[in-house]
Design a protein around this ligand. Sequence first.
Ligand SMILES: Cc1cc2nc3c(=O)[nH]c(=O)nc-3n(C[C@H](O)[C@H](O)[C@H](O)COP(=O)(O)O)c2cc1C
Length: 359
Amino acid sequence: MTGRVLPFGPSNPIIQAPMAGGGATPALAAAVSRAGGLGFLAAGYRTAQDVRREIAAVRERTDRPFGVNVFVPDFAAARREPGDDAALARYREELAPEAERYGVTLPEAPAWDDDEWDAKIGLLVDERVPVAGFTFGCPPPEVTARLHDAGSVIMVMVNTPWEAVAAAESGADAVIVQSSGAGGHQAAFLPPPPSWPPTWEAPDDLPELVALVREATDVPLVAAGGIMDGADVAAVLAAGAVAAQLGTAFLRTPESGTHPVHKAALADPRFTRTAFTRAFSGRTARGLANRFMAEHEASAPACYPQVHHLTKGLRRAAAEHGDPEAMALWCGRGYRRCRDLPAAALVEVLMEELAAARA
Ligand SMILES: Cc1cc2nc3c(=O)[nH]c(=O)nc-3n(C[C@H](O)[C@H](O)[C@H](O)COP(=O)(O)O)c2cc1C
């Protein structure tokens, strides 16, 4: 452990999850940080220039700490597996009727890209962001050193005890333990090492997973996945976490930039469950089960971010048509318990409920 001071802990444990795709606006992050939580921007899928503007917009609204989250590219995936191109071409063909339906042209051969990794790391270092968060992997040692020199706290999201150990060894100051009930993409970035049974499965129950990870490492843990109220926060703190990261709970706040069709679907009784899918991005993520997922889940290749690029025009067009059936409606298992409150009021209610649960 580095002993860096964390801008969260058992007495201020509410962290708003970064939400790529427009959800995590500067207004949301600033409102959460001002209310005593930790707000997060999501750099994923945005240009470094846009992220720079968003950081400035948060700083205009608050001088409290906030985080910026970056996706770690899988550089090994850049060296494509033989067959990936063929699998992508087949998937593109399968999606042709969808493209016609929504009036879009699918990209010819969507390419792997690193989501402007170098530029984003340079930006986080330049801007001396209070918290730098990483998803889909650990930052390499050189990046960790630069961010620590710039004074940033580093967080890495994990799904398993061995990923938590790897993150702690990479120099992370805190590790986010994400359960299978979480909305959006799973962090998953390492297969089980030989010392773990290859069939090991993470428990669905978040406090149980936190307790298992607690046994594997003493790095401070943040829990994420299906946390919707103060009693849920109390349960993960009791299991050994120092804070809770909530994404879905903030999706319907007025400050969230989540598309209105997505916000409406969360309260629409026609959607009855969430499911994992890689049909939209090529990586496993949880969202409301809809038509696109049902029709394409079985054939979507595990090619991220090429599948993301292949489907993004379709998803945008579906949103413009007001049709949630071909949108990625990311949310966690707790989505029915979303509350329509401004972000600051939600942080306040969560803290009151936490106090009541601890009393
Ligand atoms: C719409 C949406 C977008 C997300 N985007 C990101 C992201 O850009 N980076 C990230 O680290 N996690 C992202 N997540 C996952 C969150 O970090 C977190 O694990 C998850 O929201 C926790 O589960 P919950 O949604 O049930 O609270 C996203 C989640 C949602 C719902």
